[in-house]
Design a protein around this ligand. Structure first.
Ligand code: ZN
Ligand code: ZN
Length: 313
């Protein structure tokens, strides 16, 4: 009886032990299988993420090219009535080529919708919003992508959009020379001393002025360097890049302004030389230095903004 019960005990323990080991084995197998599946999924996700990231990076470059192309259209005598629409069309065309490339390369279908092209709170950046509809292996996703694209380094479209290429405006190094185009513009509008703006120059490429706060333009050598480099300045009154493309000298958006530099021995009062004043607001200014033929013609509120007093009264 005792041996029997001992034997039963051993047998019982063995069965429990084997069952436990068996269960552990099943669990380990299942778990390792599960982990392997997880890995496959996350590899797939990484790959997918890589493809979509690659596409998104292209968006920034293509957005920039779309701005550039709109500007070139203006420089090629086209008149843009809706710059956002033009930029959207440019981008859609470029994305179409990109979609074909991605379909071939990754077997992924991307159909993007350009949702908007907008100003931001910085006049140097344009915001692109694009919805990506993505289809891969019968799975569908969508993602909304936002990209800020810089306008720095692009040509300022305003002078040409405003006066047209036929006006005689010509390229002089990295500046534009207005020849007699501004003078004629001012004569037509009965503005003071139109001859002061004969052969006036303006920077051609949008560059953000590093002398910030702007009041430092009154410090020795700063204004001279700013004019030489052809810097642009933030301004609530100046027009934004998108409105410049449409030839608007001023707009409700936060924009920028640039000095139109005169080169004249005349010392008459004329209009102040900030471009939104020349093209829109038309209020008077005086030469900062009457004896300097390259002196800016500036009104008192702009003198204040840039820290430029009267050198010569
Ligand atoms: Zn400056
Ligand atoms: Zn605007």
């Amino acid at each position: 009886m005792k041996i029997d019960s001992n034997g039963n005990l051993i047998l019982g323990t063995t069965v429990i032990l084997i069952t436990t080991l068996f269960l552990i084995a099943i669990f380990v197998f299942a778990a390792s299988n599960y982990i392997a599946n997880e890995n496959i999924d996350s590899n797939e996700n990484d790959n997918f993420k890589y493809i979509v990231d690659d596409y998104e990076n292209n968006l920034e470059i293509l957005g920039r090219e779309s701005l550039y192309d709109a500007g070139e259209k203006v420089y090629n005598t086209f008149k843009l009535f809706d710059s956002k629409d033009q930029i959207t069309k440019n981008l859609e065309k470029k994305l179409k080529a990109k979609n074909e490339e991605f379909e071939e390369k990754y077997d992924i279908k991307i159909s993007p919708e350009v949702l908007s092209v907008e100003n931001t709170n910085s006049p140097w950046k344009i915001l692109f919003k694009v919805k990506l509809n993505i289809e891969k292996d019968n799975n569908r996703y969508f993602r909304i992508v936002e990209k800020n694209v810089s306008v720095e380094g692009l040509k300022d479209p305003l002078p040409v959009a405003k006066l047209s290429v036929a006006s005689g405006v010509f390229k002089q190094g990295d500046k534009l020379n207005y020849k007699n185009a501004l003078t004629r513009y001012m004569v037509l509008r009965h503005l003071d001393s139109p001859m002061s703006y004969l052969f006036a120059t303006t920077p051609m490429y949008i560059k953000k002025c590093p002398y910030d706060p702007y009041i430092h333009h009154g410090d020795p050598g700063v204004l001279k360097d700013c004019l030489k480099k052809g810097y642009f300045h933030e301004s609530a009154d100046g027009s934004c890049y998108l409105c410049r493309l449409e030839g608007k000298g001023t707009c409700p958006h936060y924009g920028f302004e640039v000095f139109i530099q005169t080169h004249t021995p005349l010392t008459n009062d004329s209009i102040s030389c900030s471009d939104h004043v020349v093209f829109n607001d038309h209020y008077p200014g005086q030469k900062i230095n009457k004896h300097d033929i390259d002196s800016l013609i500036l009104d008192s509120s702009h003198r204040k903004k840039y820290g430029l007093g009267d050198e010569d009264g």
